[in-house]
Design a protein. Structure first.
Length: 131
């Protein structure tokens, strides 16, 4: 299992950040430019990654103002789980985004850089989207 994590401090309330992340319709704003054909509903999303793969994601668990767990479904190229962990108060939120992926050694060598960049991009995009 390979784990990629990014953490950011956001000057917004915990409730505001959680409500944004709880709705998958908002997650398109967090994605990099190479994501195409985005479709979403409150609990799921599907999209393509330019020159790579088509992915479908589904919210597996929400714990209000604490966490959101997301699973890749419908035959992803490798098993992957995404999670947002939140802590904070009425003025400030610490958001941690984690990607857990089951990668063989070859895939780990090829995908580690892009997956860490994705984690970092999602957290910095979150900070910009909720301000």
């Amino acid at each position: 299992m390979a784990t990629f994590t990014s953490k950011i401090n956001i000057n917004r309330s915990l409730t505001d950040v959680y409500q944004f992340l709880a709705d998958f319709n908002n997650h398109q704003q967090l994605m990099p430019d190479n994501v195409q054909n985005w479709t979403s509903a409150f609990n799921d999303a599907s999209f393509g990654i330019q020159n790579m793969a088509q992915l479908s994601l589904q919210v597996a668990e929400r714990i209000e103002n604490k966490s959101i767990k997301i699973l890749a479904v419908n035959g992803p190229p490798f098993p992957v789980q995404l999670s947002w962990e939140l802590s904070g108060d009425a003025d400030n939120t610490v958001a941690t985004f984690t990607i857990n992926a089951e990668l063989n050694m070859m895939m780990k060598m090829m995908a580690s850089g892009p997956l860490q960049k994705l984690a970092d991009h999602e957290t910095s995009s979150l900070a910009a989207a909720v301000k």
